[in-house]
Design a protein around this ligand. Structure first.
Ligand code: LRH
Ligand code: MN
Ligand code: MN
Length: 424
């Protein structure tokens, strides 16, 4: 299924007058809008291949129908999102949930949809059929050298597949840890993990990055071997310049100050990228911005400030990815909502009056500092995000058009009602 550009034009024509009015009003409030709109046009957020099917919990899974049955169909789904919002121009693969066979065919399909391949993800948290050793007691940390070797070999294989697709980064997330006190010697687990990561790092091409994602708990519930940003930092610092920490917003202990973590990792040149999602309890993987939009804004506020201070390119110098997976929503609608929320937070962060904030900070004017941040956060910037879409040929209201065109019904007609995408 492909969304015809005429359909987007017709949709936009209906909404254009009301959009133009909102934009004029916003410009009268905030002044210059051109710069922000341009930055929004350039900003792209990668879609995880595993979010395109209905996610489940360990209590059940309620499939929605029309889910992608192959890597090709996942690429088509991301193509649909990108046609609607022109902000989802990359797909992040998880191997072996995604198994590319004909690389050239996959690459040309992605190119037809204007998509790039973002970070490739390895998987040593599940046992695969025909696998010699089990990861039940960990992978890169395992007390058994043969298991570690197998996990290292898998990661190197994923790098090779990524190279063939034109990807430039590997994300390593480890379920390794322990569930009971005494199960693990923490120091040995750390050292085994480091040694394994060094072997993977040695296989990276020079233009590649390795993202080491941390997570406080789950599936292990007593210790996790890469549990927080400090532990990830300690590994990536030892590995070298190409290794960076990846921040998944759902992987912290409750109430962690994620924006401060982001600021310091950036300062240390060790922030690699993000997995955006939202949560109330743990790794809930809910739609970005659905629960804590102010936190999302505060994170972007630190990103914009820190990246500008280091002369970094907002769109290119970090890996921007979503990691959300939904159990009750249509996954494509959910992803459109996540991208919109991320764009809104970014636009609001671009609005912050940095000079005034610096003065307020230097004068210890706490009230003024808060006003400056909240003025930006409370500005309705949706017209700026919509304008960025309009200028790049996408839809003013992506979810609205998705529904008007009955895209899900079209996908069900093509693929059937009983479909099961690979993933969580
Ligand atoms: C782990 C995680 C990690 C995995 C993905 C499926 O919770 O966030 O990024 O690769 O979920
Ligand atoms: Mn993640
Ligand atoms: Mn997660």
């Amino acid at each position: 299924m492909i969304i015809d550009s005429n359909k987007i034009d017709t949709h936009n024509e209906i909404l254009i007058q009301s959009h133009a009015n909102k934009l004029v009003f916003l410009a009268s409030e905030i002044g210059e809008t051109e710069n922000i709109v341009q930055k929004l046009i350039d900003f792209q957020i990668a879609i995880p291949s595993w979010a395109l099917g209905t996610g489940g919990t360990r209590f059940g899974r309620f499939a929605g129908g029309g889910e992608p049955r192959s890597l090709e169909e996942k690429i088509e789904d991301v193509g649909l999102l990108h046609a609607l919002n022109n902000a989802s121009g990359a797909i992040s693969l998880h191997i072996p949930w995604d198994i590319p066979t004909d690389y050239n065919a996959i690459k040309s399909l992605a190119a037809q949809h204007n998509l790039k391949f973002d970070a490739v993800n390895s998987n040593t948290f599940q046992d695969q059929a025909n696998q010699e050793h089990s990861y039940k007691f960990g992978s890169l940390q395992n007390v058994n050298k043969a298991v570690r070797k197998q996990a290292v070999a898998h990661n190197i294989e994923v790098i090779q597949q990524g190279i063939a697709l034109g990807s430039e980064s590997l994300t390593v997330w480890l379920a390794d840890g322990s569930s009971f006190p005494g199960q693990l010697n923490f120091r040995k687990a750390y050292q085994n993990t480091l040694e394994s990561l060094e072997e993977i790092y040695a296989a990276l091409p020079s233009n590649w990055k390795l993202f080491l994602e941390y997570k406080n708990a789950e599936p292990n519930f007593y210790s996790t071997t890469v549990a927080d940003w400090g532990q990830s930092y300690s590994y990536v610092k030892k590995l070298g310049d190409k290794a960076k920490t990846l921040v998944d917003l759902g992987h912290h202990l409750p109430n962690a100050n994620i924006e401060q973590i982001v600021s310091l990792l950036l300062m240390e040149d060790k922030l690699g990228g993000f997995h955006f999602n939202d949560s109330k309890y743990g790794d809930d993987d809910l739609t970005a911005g659905s629960l804590k939009p102010y936190q999302l804004f505060l994170i972007f506020n630190e990103l914009v400030e820190g990246m500008d201070a280091r002369g970094m390119n907002h769109a290119k110098d970090l890996g921007w990815m979503i990691d959300a997976s939904h159990n009750i929503k249509d996954p494509l609608e959910d992803l459109l909502q996540s991208v919109e929320a991320i764009m809104i937070a970014y636009a609001q962060a671009l609005l912050v009056d940095r000079k005034a904030l610096e003065i307020a900070q230097n004068e210890n004017d706490v009230v003024r500092a808060q006003e400056i941040l909240q003025n930006a956060f409370r500005t309705d910037v949706r017209a700026l995000v919509a304008e960025a879409r309009l200028r790049s040929g996408a839809a003013l209201n992506p979810v609205g058009l998705y529904r008007d065109l009955a895209v899900r019904n079209g996908l069900i007609a093509e693929r059937g009602l009983k479909t099961m995408a690979t993933g969580l």
